[in-house]
Every structure is written in C-alpha cells, then in structure tokens.
Write a protein that binds this ligand. Structure first.
Ligand SMILES: *[C@@H]1O[C@H](CO)[C@@H](O)[C@H](O)[C@H]1NC(C)=O
Ligand SMILES: *[C@@H]1O[C@H](CO)[C@@H](O)[C@H](O)[C@H]1NC(C)=O
Ligand SMILES: *[C@H]1O[C@@H](CO)[C@H](O)[C@@H](O)[C@@H]1NC(C)=O
Length: 580
C-alpha cells in the first residue's frame, strides 16, 4: 500500500506523473479482494463512523465541490463523484439540491463525459448567473486519452422553468477555451465564477508556469460568454507550484453580508484563494484588484508565502458562492479521509464536504472569518451547559447528559492572567504545525494547553484534543495564541494518518477571553477558534469512542487555572442526506 501514493485534487491524479501511466484504471475486483484480505479493523467499516450531518452521498468516492449556487428557491450543489467505487476514477458531476444547505436530496448525474471536449473526464468548475437569470456552468474537460489535456466547456440548463435544474446541455461550440501554445495543457483547469465589469465577463483559470514551479491564475475575458480571450499577463502568480481551484471574490472589511461577484466600490477588497497542488492545502490573500490593469496585488507583500489558510486541517479545493437569499457568501470545502485506500474500499465510501461556512472579511481587513451557516443550528437538541466552572491545572471535567458522537459544542474560556505563559521558541514562531507537534496536548504548558477532548473513550485511551496554548514572544506585548488539533491518541486503529494540525490565532485575548466551537460528527472534528479566525478540520476513526461510547471533556494541562465561562453542547440530529 505504501508505494501507492494517491493524491487527488481538483480531479487531478498525480499518479499519472509518478508512474507515467496514461490512464489509471482500477480493477475493482482486485481492490475488493485486497480490502477483504487486508484485515481492515471492524470499527473502520462501522457505519456509526460515517458522518451524520456532513454532506456525503450514500456511498463511493467524492472530492471537489463544484458550481454551488442558489436558483429559484433551491440551493444546488455539484461535486466530483465516482459512481462506481470509493477511489478516484470515472469522475462525473453528481448533483444535489436543498432548501437550507443542510437537508439534501440527490438528483441524477448532472454532467458526465458525452462530447469530444470531455470524453475522458468532467473535472471541476463553477457556475455564473447571467443577467437574464440563467445559470451557466463552466468546467474542465479532458479531451485526450493519452495525456491529461485540459480544455474548458460550458453547459446550460435544459429547462429553466425546472427549479431543480435536472438536465444540463452542452452547446456544440464546446470546448470554448483551449490552452494556447505557451500554456502547459496538463495544468490548465478549474474555471472560476465569472464577474462582469465594463460590459465584459472575466474569469480565472488555474495553471502553472516556469516548468510547473510557478502557480498562475490566468484571466480570460468575453463579451458574449462564448468567445474568450486570455489577458496576456496573469492576474497573479507566485512560486508555489500549480494553483488549482482558484477562487476570487469581493469583500468589505467588517461587513458580514456577502458581495456578489461583480460588486465594486471604494471599500471593496478581494480575496484570492488557491489550492496548492504540492501542499494540498487552500491558501488565500486579501488585496486589491485593478480591473484596468487586470492585476491583483496582495496587501501583505509577504502574503504569497502563504501564511493564511482557510483551514489548518483537512480542507481542500474549496469554492465560495454568493447566496442572494441570505445576502451572504458561503464557502464549501472538501475533506478527504485519513485512513487508507484499502479502508475506503472496505467502507465503500471516501470523502465528505465540510459544513458550509459563511465567510466575510474581519474588521482588521487582514483575514477572513468563517462560521458554520446558521441553518446547522436547526439540528441542535438536548442542550447541556456548564457555567463559571474553573478547571484546575492538570484537571478535566466531563460534559454529561447528552450523546457527543454527533454534537455541536460552543465554549468560552476566561484566563485570569497571562503571567505564566511559556516563552515562544523563536525557531518555531512561524511554524504552527511544528510548534503543535512539539507541544501537543499532553505536554504541560503555562497557560494551556486547554480545550476539549472529543470522541474520547471512557478510559480516555482514545481522545482527540482541540486546544489553545498561549505564549509570550520576546519583545512583543501581544500574546501568541496557538490553536491545535491533536489526533495522535484518537484511535487504537493502525495505519491512520494522524498529523497534528495547527494555526496561530490573531487575537490579543481581550479580557483574557477566547472562544471555541467544535462540530463533532463521528469521524469529523471541525473547529472554529476565536469566532472563526482560525479553523481546523480533522478526520479521526476511533475504535472505542464510537456512537454512545463517545465522551466529551474540558481539560486544562497548563499551570494556571482556566475558567469555562460558558459551555453549551447540543446533540445533533441527522438531516436528510441524499437518501442515505
Ligand atoms: C420544465 O420544467 C417545468 C417545471 O418542472 C415543467 O412543468 C415542464 O414540463 C418542463 N418542460 C419540459 C419541456 O420538460
Ligand atoms: C507540464 O506539466 C507536467 C505535469 O503535469 C510536467 O510533467 C511537464 O514537464 C510540463 N511540461 C512543460 C513543458 O513544462
Ligand atoms: C488527504 O489524505 C492524506 C492522507 O492520505 C494526504 O496526506 C493528503 O494529501 C490528502 N489531501 C488531499 C487534499 O488530497
């Protein structure tokens, strides 16, 4: 197994490059035999480890979110899907609809290979709503069997009166964008939603230049959405390797309402997000967009070194859309599994989507904030609270009175003083992940680690920690706050990928306070620190802490008291989930 490294991105298989194979064809019989004989632990295939309220189809492989949109009272969601199995192959666009982004109904496949421009694959893309109200989808098609030659196609709804948009037609003039001679045709994909300015449409396509070392977002312009011309210089680029799934949208500091794609104004800033194929994470910058020059400049000149991520855990190939019904911008992101391919075949499923998040620009203008869409709160029941509870150094408190395998927990912590904070090792000051690796949940600190142990077994052999740790840095008044998810003790199951995920939280800890919200969903732990400043999604597969055997604790492994001002935990109901 170890020899086969499968990394799937915006429907992109690195395996092609590694092996030089022209096409990956899995032999399902062989895969199934491998899974059957591989001694997969029974808990891995336990249906009670399948997520309850995160988006997923009843079975099989899923990856990138595609073309999210709102149309005539319905939210539409498309995603990369293998109708035949739990590994990346045979990718089509599956389609689901919802009234509330939480309860989902599965429809027929929306887009599958059917024309020369997508004969060998229908990869990721986005939707744009034309001024007449018609949505149009642009997506990447693979049109050659031997190499992954990437072109862009469009599709229109067959019947605009059908709010479900069940059928999509591909006009005969596809493909409508093909790579010019100076573009590497194997690295040319994932068109964004288009925006309109001065009578012209513009969109971005992700690519790589300079032999693959430079990530690039090319701008294409069109007056009729049919003939597209590339603007010679890219919107932006950086020495990070291939940019997949670019996303580019307007925001305004401190303004929590969303802006639609074509909004403009003196206070409007832009977010440019790229999915870094090499690192497999989603990075973004905030900056200004000069539409005359067709250039984007990040506010932070060092921003391209990519310090900011939407999520410091498992979250990739994300995409936003403007929701006119609630005047907000909503972010979707794919979270892959952290078990093995053999496990996935045995389970019969792989991949989920994170809970859709509202996204907006913080008052500081330096970063975005993210928060689970409010609709998810309709699933809450059975609330349990803990109030003004002091957790002494080295102690923990169990939260009882509800089942916590499928739960939503909101907690605010209060620190009486920051005196005892550890001194930050300058060598680790810029690497949250390494810092967390060295200073995990079980390493006693000064102020913290404090936080939650979730999906914990009764004897605490299994537990996943989500926590904060406060440092003081030489020559700085402001504390350095680390947020971390430590799954190293999450499971007795072998062969899991269990990295500690971490990010810094840009907060001065006003009044010594910091909040944490964690959505627990059987094999997902999705956390939002300080009101959505720092987010971490982690996949874990307990062998004991399953369903009714999952416990929840608040812990403090520092040397100073930590007060839980208020903790509320709810059990979460299961919404309608694509018929599963
Ligand atoms: C289009 O959709 C509407 C609403 O679902 C339906 O009543 C109508 O029959 C459809 N038209 C065609 C040609 O399928
Ligand atoms: C194009 O990209 C592929 C990776 O997808 C790489 O192997 C190849 O060397 C690139 N070609 C050129 C001319 O840079
Ligand atoms: C998710 O799975 C882990 C473990 O196999 C890989 O290390 C990640 O690269 C992968 N993430 C993505 C986005 O493919």
């Amino acid at each position: 197994m170890g020899a086969l490294v499968i990394r799937v991105a915006c429907a992109w298989l690195l395996l092609l490059q590694l092996t030089g194979a022209s096409h990956v064809v899995y032999n399902y019989k062989e895969l199934e035999t491998e899974a059957a004989t591989a001694n997969v632990p029974p808990s891995i295939v336990d249906p009670l480890l399948r997520t309850g309220y995160h988006f997923q189809p009843p079975k099989n492989w899923i990856n990138d979110p595609n073309a999210p949109m709102y149309y005539n009272g319905w939210y539409h969601f498309f995603y990369q899907y293998n109708p035949k199995g739990a590994v990346w192959e045979n990718i089509v666009w599956a389609h689901s609809v919802s009234r509330d982004l939480i309860n989902w109904e599965a429809l027929e496949t929306a887009i599958e290979p059917s024309i020369p421009g997508d004969k060998y694959g229908c990869w990721s893309g986005s939707a744009t709503t034309l001024p007449c109200g018609t949505p149009v989808i642009m997506y990447t098609g693979i049109n050659r069997p031997d190499v992954s030659y990437q072109v862009q196609n469009i599709a229109f709804p067959k019947n605009k009166s059908d709010p479900m948009l069940r059928e999509w037609v591909k006009p005969g003039h596809n493909p409508i964008i093909v790579p010019e001679a100076d573009i590497n045709a194997t690295q040319f994909r994932d068109p964004t939603t288009a925006w309109l300015s001065g009578g012209q449409w513009r969109l971005l396509i992700g690519s790589a230049a300079e032999g693959g070392s430079r990530g690039v977002a090319y701008v294409y312009r069109s007056r009729d959405f049919r003939r597209w011309r590339r603007v010679e210089r890219p919107l932006h680029s950086a020495a990070t390797g291939m940019w997949e799934c670019p996303d580019f949208y307007p925001v305004e500091a401190g303004y929590a309402d969303g802006l639609e794609a074509s909004a403009s104004g003196p206070k409007v800033k832009y977010v440019l997000k790229n999915s870094l194929d090499l690192r497999r994470y989603d990075y973004y910058t905030v900056g200004t967009y000069d539409e005359k020059a067709e250039r984007y400049v990040p506010d932070d000149a060092a921003g391209d070194e990519h310090h900011l991520r939407y999520d410091y855990g498992n979250f990739y190939a994300s995409k936003t859309f403007y929701d006119p019904a609630k005047k907000r911008r909503v972010l979707w992101g794919w979270a892959n599994e952290s078990d093995t391919r053999t496990h996935d075949v045995a389970k019969g499923w792989a991949g989920i989507q994170a809970i859709p998040r509202k996204v907006w620009l913080d008052f500081s203008g330096k970063q975005v904030l993210q928060w689970p869409i409010e609709e998810v709160e309709a699933l809450r029941h059975q609330p349990v609270t803990l109030k003004d509870k002091v957790i002494k150094p080295g102690k923990h408190v169990e939260v009882t009175g509800l089942q916590t395998a499928q739960a939503d927990v909101e907690v605010s912590f209060a620190l009486s003083s920051l005196e005892g904070a550890e001194t930050l090792d300058p060598a680790l000051a810029h690497d949250a992940e390494r810092l967390c690796g060295v200073k995990g949940a079980d390493v006693q600190g000064g102020i913290g680690p404090f936080g939650l142990w979730v999906l914990a077994s009764a004897d605490m052999q299994e537990r996943t920690a989500v926590f904060f740790r406060v440092f003081k840095a030489a020559g700085k008044d402001k504390p350095v706050v680390l947020m971390c998810t430590d799954p190293t003790k999450s499971s007795l199951n072998p062969d899991l990928y269990l990295p500690t995920f971490a990010g810094f939280v840009d907060t001065e800890l006003p009044d010594g306070k910091i909040s944490l919200r964690t959505l627990i969903d059987r094999s997902v732990v999705e956390s939002f620190g300080a009101g959505g400043k720092t987010c971490i999604l982690s996949r874990v597969y307990p062998s004991l802490a399953i369903d009714k055997n999952a416990h929840l604790y608040v812990f403090n492994n520092g040397k100073a008291d930590v007060k839980v001002s208020l903790l509320t935990a709810w059990q979460m109901k299961k919404p309608l989930m694509n018929g599963a």
